[in-house]
Design a binder for this molecule. Sequence first.
Ligand code: NAD
Length: 244
Amino acid sequence: MTKLIKLAIVGYGKMGKEIEKYAPQSGCKVEAIIDNPQDWEKYGSQLSQLVDVAIEFTSPGVVVQNLKKLMDLKIPAVTGTTGWGKDLPAVEKYCMESNGSIFYASNFSIGVNLFFALNRYLASLMADYPTYRPLLEETHHTQKLDAPSGTAVTMLEDIMQINPALKGWKFEKEHPSQEEVSVIAHRIENVTGTHKLTYESDIDTLSIEHTAHNREGFAKGALLAARWLMDKKGIFTMNDLLKL
Ligand code: NAD
């Protein structure tokens, strides 16, 4: 029988509530919910006794301190918070030094991770055809704090790593050069998230697109990652989990 996992939800917003909804069917029992500094104080060091693993979906301003607290408490932590890429080296170092367990993903949906693989493959094909100009458009809800989205940033990093002729990215309105990927971030009420990558030449247009219909895929992916992470030490991503 699958072991019941005791879970802490850190960040009880849209994603935290979605995690709570799908936890039972993923064999997880929510034992603690932390949504602000007072909740952290309330649980204190007892949190380590209460839970096996934590799932964190908060905001770029608090994610790093939350991950450090969880590492100090020896609680494996899965985070889906986006917009903190510049802090990743410091978190990696802290994780290694404290023998911690961290899993991060800019997007937990299986479909998006297949889409990432498609993006990498397309980038390797298109690298030989510089007449095609890449444009990445993403559409999210108006409360989203970061732009471009974490998912878009992952796609851009992959494109630039595979095609060294592309040396950076810029928003379309900032007039990117031939060596930069154009990016447009649309913000619209009540949408879950779309990413569309287009390669355009004078002759034709090639595009790939992913649209999330709801938040279910993010929540289920994060719960899957939590179970996977529990007996591991180090810092991991969806590529490790899905063997992509
Ligand atoms: P949200 O604003 O609805 O919820 C964030 C919650 O964090 C709030 O309830 C807030 O009270 C809480 N919070 C603030 N400070 C805190 C602290 N110090 N400790 C604990 N909780 C604290 O946001 P959301 O839509 O749930 O998204 C959260 C993050 O997840 C964002 O960065 C978003 O971009 C990202 N996201 C990632 C994925 C993915 O698959 N990786 C999917 C959806 C959203």
